[in-house]
Design a protein around this ligand. Sequence first.
Ligand code: AVJ
Length: 318
Amino acid sequence: MTVSIDDALAVDAVAGLWADPPTLPTKWLYDERGSLLFDEITRVPEYYPTRRETAILRAGSADIAAVTDAAMMVEFGSGTSTKTRLLLRAFAERASSAGRPFTYVPLDVSTEILESSSAELALDYPDIGVEPMVADFTSPDLTLPAAAGPRIAVFLGGTIGNFDVAERAAFLRTLADALAPGDYFLLGADLIKDTGRLVAAYNDKAGVTADFNRNMIEVLRTGLDAQGLYVDDFDHIARWNPARHRIEMWLRARRDIDVYFAALDRRWRLPRGADVLTEISTKFDPGDLADELAAAGLDVVKSWTDDAGDFQVTLSRR
Ligand code: AVJ
């Protein structure tokens, strides 16, 4: 019997689960439950990045607005977060005191998320034009809307850390191509630090990150109609990879796994103790980050860190 595979999860599962090491794209961690769990992660004591980046933007947004004088903010991974709002307020104040309009372009692959977040922001910021855009910002033909002044592309949260070296270079190149000379890029990136603190941030005592990681099994089970696949058969592992300066999240089989995926008409076996890679979270050295930006044609204008030096927000210019 042959099964035609037109489902994105099925395609990724076939490409990843039989690879060495087995892996699945990180995006499958973020179904509805996964997104709620990530929200919860941002509030556990060990997970510092969200709090640090928010503090940086609380202190630095007015400065960012003044340096860039942007007429448009394009945000990758549209959000209604505190961080988005801090920036919007600063840009809107600056633009309106100069008598200029300001436009916010939330960009996301999910139409539903875009619509709800855009409607909410449009209500809260009546003097900002909100123009949501459905797009995949990793696709090479990314085209941004025109603006009456400098545009600023914003990529927060340290999500750039999810890309490996090659994906990062490709993303920065695509982005630089989509920007015009004089446009800006604002990037939030987590910095290399004490290994104990890094690992703890991805292995919190309350077990929220473990639940978040193990939710991938549930996504596979329901999405691919799996028989014999159980969340409790996997342990959450968070490991620091010093050579690639990144945290890696893995799922380790607690027993021999033997699964039948009805949606694939395929069997998947994983021996006890074997690991599946589910997420990388790269941490940066500020100098190396500046070099990577420069290699893509983006020159660092200014950067901000929190008091503890944990996280960095970097403004670069095309
Ligand atoms: C949302 C990708 C920035 O890498 O820190 C948090 C995701 N995974 N804990 C990160 C995550 C486990 C997070 N990003």
